[in-house]
Design a binder for this molecule. Sequence first.
Ligand SMILES: *[C@@H]1O[C@H](CO)[C@@H](O)[C@H](O)[C@H]1NC(C)=O
Ligand SMILES: [Zn+2]
Length: 583
Amino acid sequence: MPSFGWLITLSVVVLLGSVVYQNPQPLIKPITNSLAYKVFEQLFESTHCYVTVKTNSAGLPQAECFSVADGKFRRVFLDETSYDIVKERRKGHVIPGLWDGHGHLSQFGESLDSVDLFGTKSMDEVKKRLVEYKAGHEEAGTSEQWLRGVGWDQANFKGKWPVAKDLEIDGHFKDLYIMLDRVDVHCIWVSEKVLSLLPSPLPEVPGGEIVAKGVFCDNAMDIVMKYYPKPSKERRTKWIQDAMFELNKHGIVGMHDAGVFPSELKLYEELSTSDAWTVRVYAMAECETRNTFCAEDVTKISTPDGNFHMQSVKLFADGALGSWGSAMIEPYSDKKSSSGTLLVNATTLSKITHDWAHAGYQVNIHAIGDLAARLAIDAFEEALKTLCPGSTLRECQAKHRFRIEHAQIIHPGDQQRMKEMGIVPSIQPTHATSDMHYAETKLGKRRTSEEAYRMRSLLPLKPVFGSDFPVEPVDVFEGIYAAVTRRSPKTGLDGDGKTKGWYDDETVTLEDALEGFTVNPAYAAFLEGKAGVIEEGAYADWIVLDEPLETLDTESLRSVKVKETWVGGKLVYRRAGPMEAPW
Ligand SMILES: *[C@@H]1O[C@H](CO)[C@@H](O)[C@H](O)[C@H]1NC(C)=O
Ligand SMILES: [Zn+2]
């Protein structure tokens, strides 16, 4: 009786399914790896119910259950059939998986494998951390594997730039190859050994500055990078995996990688098919030579499972504020002789933007100073004028979605132009709270109050929020807190040490902040309806929290800890112990 045998097989599969349904977590790992489960998953839906499910979907903003099939949400619904007692037993409150709209995946992974200099308050503290790190990492500091670190700030060395000699901490350190990134990763500080590799005299680099013996900023970093020993594929792979684990831990299911070299893009593409790839990546290509057109080195791609997307490019108009590198319309208030540095002139910026846009790429320009922002907007406007004959600039921009990365200091007139065209600002709320201590000194009162670190003013443009990790911590809830309060997530205080909030007229609501980390990055990555939302057909990515966010008091927002993170219907992180639990 062949039909009876088929029935038995079916019942076994259904039984298996109901076990998963009752108690999904402990069984997930062994089962998901089996072929039987994969077949089962294709044929049947697995259903998940929670106390509340916030969907970000207009159709059903609040739900209780959803089903998942083939890595996507299938049904999202209120459970009208379960008894109250069953509902009470459910644990957790769900929101859509979080996206960081501007980060650096490999660099973050590398930073986990480097000396952490963030928060150091003096040269002595830097030296102490280097010595401690070296003690635990014998291998670091050779000519093949330089000792790396990130997070120093000359403001903590009494405003004096460090020099190579400062790294000769003792006789042993004298022979080490050391390269340490400034807190904003726009300058590097290297040891004498590294300097000995470089040509003499050192070349002049347009858009770059050697600010002290051993400190290279912006384009001048290329002089050193030419000699930096390329890490092996194994190490780079490990960095990516370590980075993804950390991101999952903070509820991040996807990220926009703001600058990936062609060789790295190939590695991403290769790794994105493996089970260890647990964060969706939307990559912006960065040519080996900055601010050039290198379409022949890259390929547009969107993998069927949605793990990896590449259809955009990153250009750089200027440097960063902390090192007076951002290009300003007027001179700095604390350095009247300087108005910063453009990394590229207006003609070239417009030309490269035009070329990439016509090759079908979204163009995302790093612009921190108001002059850089103006030139970026000019470049976008010129490109839009030629891209869509017969439609308005706004309609054309809706197709191309050009972005300004950081969008940090923008002249009021240019903010208006952005709104007219619909140019997407990509904002890092924690940059505002990290820079609030010195921004007004550098910019003066008027520029700070009208131009700097706008958030609420730019809400009509659906700003993408991110952290710029590893420049700032990956914790999205710190970003949400910074956006909602304009106070430091570390101290809870504003720049004056008060609780009012720094220029608190630019705060946003919790709802706006969440959109900045979910639906807005989805739109800016051409993934609307697929990411940042729990609705039929979207990627089955969600996170579980202990409490609904809107019931928390504001102060608790900065310390929210994620309970679980699910990507493509698979559990990738659960609090209290890593995935490799005893099962
Ligand atoms: C802009 O830069 C390019 C490339 O460096 C150069 O060839 C060109 O002359 C510059 N244009 C202006 C107007 O300075
Ligand atoms: Zn960045």
